[in-house]
Ligand binder design. Structure first.
Ligand SMILES: Cc1ncc(COP(=O)(O)O)c(C=O)c1O
Length: 887
């Protein structure tokens, strides 16, 4: 399976080392070398896998097979050891004592101890073994001591193999296409890999068929270039041609960084290194390091700068001891001398933001040093005005509710589907979003609806199809703006399957799609079904039934906010706003700037900014590797729980079938990635919702403890394992790009110990003792309504939350009422109105907002919440409600 090749490869080499060592030591008899033995199976698998990785290659694996056949176990072991060292990143002995080694292999091996970062370059062409040797020898000859990086070639003969290589080998950062490549592979690839190759190639063939040249040779080259770029946009593509290079250059340059004449090896070498140096470049982080090294006098604020107030102190030197002096040397408020101003960037911060835009596929990117809570407020303020209607996912993070309150926009809350069995919400089905837009249209208020805000993915890992959501909404209102809260989804931009469900990739795809004649024709044809001859719309049912096609003139206006710090390398609070807005210059740039000024500190933390800059470098150079590993490890954790007899009895991993109602999940399997990358690919391409496999929700009812106790008393206090989301009967485990195989193994070990303990406790339980979780959970309440005093009208759900909020801030307007009394009042027919936000953690979104009617459903839900933290609710005094409802 492509997603786990890295693990299979490393396991197969480690196993070979173990098994051949036993042979070499005489601990195992030669029978372990039978042709159906694990040793042979590993060698066969590696012969295919190694074709797609530089350095050793198929010939090397075959030679090991020959050495084993000849009984030369010692030399075979040396050779296997070399690979294992390299895979582990250990240093390799300088003087290999293997007399079978050829000169070139000796040079390659001595390069293993080269400390410079290393990448791989994929060459796609039919070649002979001699061609490949020449190419590698040329590559080594061109290597210079002054080069900042080193690279090696991976040479494959066909387009299929090229796709297999970029799907499995994340070290590849550049591809050189030579027109002599063939189409199909001769390798015995796994079914999953073959299907994934097919999907990758079909996706591009479909998207760009009409835009191709009529020349067959050009088409092949273009098709391959498009496919490789679609899988890994960060790849640097070169075309290297011989005959007709001038003609090809004219037709192809847009897809390739450069077109080279076959002999221009040196130029290619320099271009490869230069491009990686561009990815490696971290303008702001470099400037900070430069600043820290300069002798600077501080006659300004900031006593910690250059350690001033710390290093000479008798009492607080441990700050330096702990964090290191560089932290203080890098603390500055300077905006010149290589540094830059976050509020009006023109230098290194501007450049770092532009590089981040490139990495995340945005038109513009802005760094935010106070988390996505602030990023969301900036975007809301930039795009909406008082009294605009904003359709907001009711379960979105509280920052959106606060932003709506601050802007004076009127929230029309969208309800996500509830997951009552687990006491949390899913996501908002598309037909509800469409229905709400249609309701506004029917009421003649569609022009007031300005923005739709959704959380993708949700905390629990439910992922929308943003391209579909935006396309269908734009078909009803073509100038809508979208804010996708991707606080938990920054990593998704770096894997071909997850990327297509990010807001930026969706915006780009949609933009391209809207430009095609096929789209215009489909739109035109659909309009005939959606409207009568006078332009009157068909009944809503038709609009809900059809997959709506937006007008080619619809505007693509998309914003995404990332808590970069949540899923990628960045210091806490490091966030980004990404923009893909066709109206940016005309409509948004200035208001955005004002909003950014409103919410951004004038003393932004430079360490956070540096970490965003270097985090961007990381994802451009190794994002694919990290995300692939994260997904694979999560799948292996889920699998381990599902297969282990004891774990299976105690815990249940929730699947897409538990987390997404049947109507909204298409044909996807319960855990698509478990069946392979191709299965996940199809589900992510088709289903309305999918589940992010890097998040694993485990249902724990059978443990006899609730989620909160499980989290604090068992995982944290006993074993130091931190998780941050639980519900009454679930615990969410998230993997991230820093998760290692050892961490997964430790978690499994702990779960086994806990399962044993729970089983033991259960067996001693008195039959009359009820399990704490047997008490029925009340359903999660929908947003009730704004009270008539704050509702805009009595038809549509939006209301004036800002006015309600500020009324609620005045003592004279409010009283505190304890839950029992409030319950009695509700039972007596009163409609108490909340004067403020009430936000329990979890779920982390307001159960009540200012101006909202308090119902018995809300009170029931709050009564059984087991959370420790409820913002806006004082357990001693009760709910803060209006003394009088405005009429
Ligand atoms: C969906 C969502 N959006 C925004 C935020 C706020 O992000 P930050 O912690 O970066 O301020 C969170 C925090 O948990 C979140 O879950």
């Amino acid at each position: 399976m492509p997603a786990s090749t890295w693990r299979l490869r490393s396991d197969a080499w480690e196993y070979l080392r173990f098994a051949v060592k036993r042979l070499a030591l005489g601990s195992d008899a030669v029978e372990v070398l039978a042709s159906d033995s694990e040793i042979h199976r590993s060698l066969r698998a590696l012969e295919t896998i190694e074709m797609y990785w530089a350095g050793f290659g198929q010939r090397y694996v075959r030679d090991i097979g020959d050495l084993l056949e000849a009984g030369d176990y010692r030399t075979a072991l040396d050779r296997i050891g070399r690979v294992v060292h390299r895979l582990r990143g250990d240093t390799v002995p300088d003087e290999p004592r293997d007399e079978h080694l050829e000169e070139q292999e000796r040079t390659e091996l001595s390069a293993d101890s080269d400390p410079r970062p290393r990448f791989e370059v994929l060459v796609i062409d039919e070649t002979t073994a001699a061609d490949r040797d020449t190419m590698r020898a040329d590559g080594l000859r061109l290597r210079a001591p002054a080069d900042a990086f080193i690279y090696e070639f991976v040479v494959v003969p066909s387009a299929d193999d090229a796709v297999a290589a970029v799907l499995t080998n994340p070290n590849i950062l550049a591809c050189v296409v030579r027109p002599g490549f063939s189409d199909h592979t001769h390798q015995p690839l796994s079914r999953d890999l073959r299907e994934s190759i097919h999907l990758a190639r079909a996706q591009v063939a479909e998207a760009s068929a009409s835009a191709r040249s009529s020349l067959a040779s050009v088409q092949r080259v273009l098709g391959l270039a498009d496919t490789l770029a679609a899988i890994r946009p960060e790849l640097d593509l070169y075309l290297m041609a011989g005959a007709h290079i001038e003609d090809l250059a004219g037709a192809l340059t847009r897809r390739f960084r450069r077109v080279f004449w076959r002999e221009d090896q040196l130029e290619l070498h320099l271009s490869l290194l230069r491009r990686v140096s561009h990815l490696y470049d971290t303008p702001f982080f470099t400037a900070i390091q430069g600043h820290a090294r300069r002798p600077v006098g501080v006659f300004h604020a900031l006593p910690v700068a250059r350690g001033g107030s710390v290093v000479s102190s008798k009492w607080i030197r441990d700050l330096v001891d702990f964090y290191g002096l560089n932290l203080l040397l890098a603390e500055t408020s300077a905006t010149s001398g290589g540094l830059d101003s976050l509020l009006a960037p023109t230098g290194t911060i501007k450049k770092a933001q532009d590089l981040a835009a490139r990495a995340f596929g945005a038109k513009h990117t802005f760094f935010v040093t106070n988390g996505t809570s602030t990023a969301n407020k900036i975007v809301h303020q930039a795009l909406v005005a008082p009294d605009d209607v904003v359709m907001v996912d009711r379960n979105c993070h509280k920052s959106h509710h606060h932003a709506v309150m601050l802007t004076g926009a009127r929230p029309a809350y969208l309800e996500a589907y509830p997951l009552n069995d687990f006491a949390f919400y899913g996501a908002v089905p598309l037909d509800r979003i469409k229905q709400m837009l249609l309701d506004y249209r029917a009421a003649g208020r569609l022009d007031e609806v300005r923005m739709v805000t959704l959380t993708n993915c949700t905390f629990d890992g439910i992922v929308y199809d943003p391209e579909r959501v935006m396309a269908e909404c734009l078909a009803i209102k073509p100038d809508l703006v979208f804010l996708w809260d991707e606080a938990w989804f920054a990593f998704a931009a770096f894997h071909p399957v997850t990327r297509r469900r990010t807001a930026m990739a969706a915006a780009k795809n949609l933009e391209q799609r809207l430009k095609t004649p096929a789209h215009a024709a489909a739109h035109h044809a659909q309009q005939e079904r959606l409207r009568d001859a006078d332009g009157n719309p068909a009944p809503d049912a038709v609009w809900l039934e059809e997959r709506l096609i937006p007008s080619p003139d619809a505007r693509i206006r998309v914003y995404a906010t990332h808590s970069t710090h949540k899923t990628l390398t960045a210091l806490r609070q490091g966030s980004m706003i990404h923009v893909y807005d066709q109206e940016w210059r005309r409509e948004a740039e200035e208001p955005f700037h004002e909003a950014y000024m409103t919410h951004t500190s004038t003393s932004p933390n430079y360490q956070i900014l540096s970490s965003l800059d270097i985090g961007r470098r990381q994802v451009e150079l190794e994002g694919f590797e990290l995300v692939q590993r994260q997904l694979d490890l999560a799948a292996s954790l889920a699998q381990a729980i599902a297969r282990h007899p004891l774990l299976r009895r105690t815990f249940r991993v929730l699947t897409a079938h538990d987390l997404i109602p049947a109507d909204h999940r298409g044909v996807g399997r319960p855990m698509p990635l478990r069946h392979g990358l191709a299965t996940m690919w199809k589900a992510w391409a088709q289903d309305e919702f999918v589940v992010d496999p890097s998040r694993i929700t485990i249902e724990i009812s059978r443990t006899g403890v609730d989620g909160d106790t499980f989290k604090h008393e068992h995982l944290m206090d006993r074993y130091g394992i931190q998780v941050n989301k639980t519900s009454g009967n679930t615990v969410l485990f998230m993997t991230n790009i820093g998760t290692s195989r050892s961490a997964i193994a430790y978690l499994i070990e702990v779960l086994v110990k806990l399962a044993e303990r729970f089983e033991d406790e259960q067996s001693q339980r008195h039959p009359e003792d009820r399990l704490p979780l047997e008490a029925p959970m009340p359903p999660l309440p929908d947003f009730s309504a704004f009270s008539p005093g704050y509702a805009t009208d009595d038809v549509l759900p939006d209301g004036d939350m800002r006015t309600a909020f500020f009324h609620g801030q005045q003592r004279k307007n409010i009283e505190h009422v304890l839950p029992e009394e409030l319950r009695a009042r509700v039972a007596a027919g009163e409609q108490p109105v909340s004067a403020g936000f009430v936000t329990p953690y979890p779920p982390g979104f307001p159960v009540l907002v200012p101006g909202q009617v308090i119902t018995s459903g809300v009170l029931d839900f709050m009564a059984v919440l087991s959370t420790r933290e409820i913002h806006g609710y004082d357990p001693r005094r009760g709910y803060r409600i209006f003394t009088e409802t405005r009429s």
